[in-house]
Design a protein. Structure first.
Length: 85
């Protein structure tokens, strides 16, 4: 986290199932690194033309939502940012 309270994410997550299911939780942000309100983040994926949104929630849950398409084997977090509490 930066001095201004911005969470900077990097890396990627492999998905066990290549079908992106709406609302599937892929992780939990630790206390102190959670947004005050739900933040909607667009992330990279492996699939041809698939666009995925991740909601980072105040309880720390990070949930996937397919926007266009629903197939991916991994999603990337490089350059993804949001404000912490």
């Amino acid at each position: 986290m930066t001095a201004t309270g911005t969470i900077e994410m990097t890396g990627y997550v492999n998905l066990a199932d290549s079908t992106v299911r709406s609302g599937h939780q892929i992780g939990t942000l630790p206390q102190g690194y959670r947004p005050k309100t739900t933040k909607r983040l667009i992330v990279a994926s492996t699939a041809n033309g698939t666009i995925i949104r991740i909601d980072a929630n105040p309880d720390g849950a990070m949930r996937l939502y397919p926007i266009i398409g629903n197939r991916a084997t991994w999603i990337g977090f490089d350059s993804v940012t949001c404000r912490a509490q």
